[in-house]
Design a protein around this ligand. Structure first.
Ligand code: NAD
Length: 452
């Protein structure tokens, strides 16, 4: 095996040397044949993708370990099995989602007129994925794109090279290579891709590149879905059971070493609760990863030294009450909690995207709501509270991509819920039926019979 996970140079993929323009033209020609439209073609591709994940699951788990130190269990839970569940949910409901939806017709058009909507596939779509869940965040949109009857160009993240290589190897093998192309590479390759005309671009990553993607899409009037990030706050109410809060908070925050787009970014709570949370979080981290998380097979690593250096520079933003240890050679940063963090400190100025949890003290709910509303709309907002009024006020008085009470991250695993951001955290949504809407055009149809 070569270091990048490819077996040898001679296992050339069928379209490896293809230029982006040629790949798009080839897929577009195939789309025009109408072959991707029948339900049977779509469900066939989903079953093939499912087979890829079950038959090659170990290869993907190994790749994810190589890229991010993900444990096998975590790789299955958050990427491989996650995508299988998305496929199964789609297979179960696709026929029903694709059914034309009748629309009421006003009397003035006559009693014989009827109207309905149908979902048309868009054509050739581009999916650009990030490195943090490099399999799930490429494949889950691909599930929706294929289920909606499109051809797909998939661009995995170059920062997760082993997973990118596995996707480039297996996707064309399992899927119809006439309908799916994988283009590996970084900025240069993505820039070349973005010059092409797509019918939709689905981008997951940071907002700076999101702007580049949207600008490129504008030239072709191509619609975009932008799944971005930002700082997702957690409000912890007075009087909550801090042991339960800490256990759930730590599990959500330190999963994938904090490199999760919907990870709790920081905690807002009153000073008294903050004091009680500190030891509870220490205990929770111990329960998850033992006394030395570096020795735990369950704890991940930072993706690269650039992010490692960025993160360790943030450790000075507060008083370290849990963790703080790090090892550059191993790209290891301990699960860390910082107390007494000021709102204007460096750790509060950017999305952390790593295993550092700052606690910012506020007098109460009013100030927490103001704190959230004074900043960019987050991808997720979480709260731990026993009070219905607190729940209602947070729901009504704040805006975020998703809202989670009592359990971080879990909303995105509910297949019936849309997943997406608002404002700086993105635009558009996907998962389940929302993916089908994203990757289709809902066409209005009116039928007025000629004969009276
Ligand atoms: P990344 O660096 O892997 O970039 C994402 C993709 O953009 C890659 O495929 C990369 O090749 C491409 N890219 C990078 N620079 C480019 C350029 N100049 N022009 C064109 N394409 C370019 O991932 P990242 O952005 O570091 O990912 C982390 C960010 O993504 C965080 O902000 C996180 O919150 C966000 N995120 C959001 C979600 C979500 O579902 N909303 C999920 C995961 C991550």
């Amino acid at each position: 095996k070569l270091p990048n996970g490819k077996e040898t140079e001679d296992t050339m993929r069928p379209h490896e040397s293809e230029q982006p323009a040629d790949a798009v033209a080839r897929l577009r020609a195939f789309f025009r044949t109408g072959a991707t439209k029948p339900l049977a073609w779509r469900t066939g591709r989903l079953r093939a993708l499912r087979a890829m994940l079950t038959e090659r699951g170990e290869d993907f788990a190994e790749a994810l370990h190589a890229d991010l130190g993900k444990s096998r269990a975590e790789a299955y839970r958050t990427e491989i099995d996650f995508t299988v569940r998305e496929i199964d949910h789609t297979l179960e409901h696709l026929q029903e989602w694709l059914r034309p939806e009748p629309a009421a017709v006003p009397d003035r058009l006559g009693a014989d007129a009827s109207a309905w909507t149908v979902l048309d596939p868009l054509g050739v779509v581009l999916v650009i994925a990030p490195w943090n869940y490099p399999a799930q965040l490429l494949l889950a949109p691909v599930v929706g794109a294929l289920a909606a009857g499109n051809c797909v160009v998939a661009k995995p993240s170059e920062l997760a090279p082993a997973t990118s290589a596995a996707l480039a190897r297996y996707l064309p093998e399992y899927l119809d290579a006439r309908a799916v192309a994988v283009v590996e590479g970084g900025v240069a390759e993505t820039t070349a891709l973005l010059e092409q005309r797509f019918d939709h671009i689905f981008y997951t990553g940071n907002g700076a590149v999101g702007r580049i993607v949207m600008t490129a899409a504008a030239r072709h009037l191509t619609p975009v879905t932008l799944e971005l990030g930002g700082k997702s706050p957690v409000f912890v109410d007075r009087g909550t059971d801090v042991r339960t809060v800490a256990a759930r908070l730590a599990a959500g925050k330190f999963l994938n070493a904090g490199q999760t787009c919907v990870a709790p970014d920081y905690v807002l709570t009153d000073p008294e609760t903050a004091r009680a949370l500190e030891p509870a979080l220490a205990e929770a981290v111990g329960a998850l990863y033992g006394a030395d998380p570096a020795a735990s097979g369950e704890y991940g690593r930072i993706v690269n030294t650039r992010h490692f250096d960025r993160l360790t520079a943030l450790l000075a933003s507060g008083r370290v009450v849990v963790g703080g240890g790090h090892d550059r050679a191993a790209k290891y940063i301990a699960p860390t909690v910082l107390a007494g963090v000021r709102p204007d400190s460096p750790v509060m100025r950017e999305e952390i995207f790593g295993p550092i949890l700052p606690i910012v003290e506020v007098p109460g709910l009013d100030e927490a709501i103001d704190f959230v509303n004074e900043r960019d709309k987050p991808l997720a907002l979480y709260a731990f509270t026993e009070a219905d009024t607190t729940r209602r006020r947070l729901a009504e008085e704040t805006s975020s991509g998703g809202l989670g009470f009592g359990l971080p991250l879990a909303h995105l695993t509910v297949p019936e819920l849309p997943f997406g951001g608002v404002g700086e955290s993105g635009m558009g949504r996907y998962h389940g039926r929302y993916s089908i809407e994203t990757f289709s055009h809902r066409k209005a149809v009116l039928d007025k019979p000629l004969a009276a």
